[in-house]
Design a protein around this ligand. Structure first.
Ligand SMILES: [Zn+2]
Length: 111
């Protein structure tokens, strides 16, 4: 059984702007009429970089892939792609999926 996991985002009732965070107000139009939504688990790497020197709580994680992932709803979020063994194999356009919530960085993704 493949359980579909989702993570929370916010959709604006005024302008339909979606963001991959739970927020009280819309970051696009400022409306306070927003709703919490579950975003789909599948995403695409829109942009990425490999971080070799992490700072603060990310120091022990390095090296890691820091990516902007675009979800099926066209929401972009900055996230970490976990479990990458070959950094040279990571490409823009790669399909990734939501892995889980990290206490410190929020949603993380995997191949
Ligand atoms: Zn809005």
């Amino acid at each position: 059984m493949n359980v579909t996991q989702t993570f929370a985002g916010t959709v604006c009732n005024q302008c339909n702007f979606k963001v991959a965070e739970v927020l009280q107000g819309c970051p696009s139009c400022g409306s306070e009429s927003t709703e919490k939504v579950n975003l789909k688990e599948n995403g695409t790497i829109h942009s990425f970089t490999v971080v070799y020197v992490g700072f603060g709580h990310m120091a022990n994680r390095a090296p890691y892939v820091l990516a902007i992932v675009q979800t099926e709803e066209n929401v972009k979020l900055t996230t970490v792609i976990e479990g990458v063994s070959d950094f040279n194999a990571v490409k823009i356009g790669d399909k990734v999926r939501f892995k889980g919530m990290d206490d410190k960085i929020g949603p993380v993704f995997q191949y």
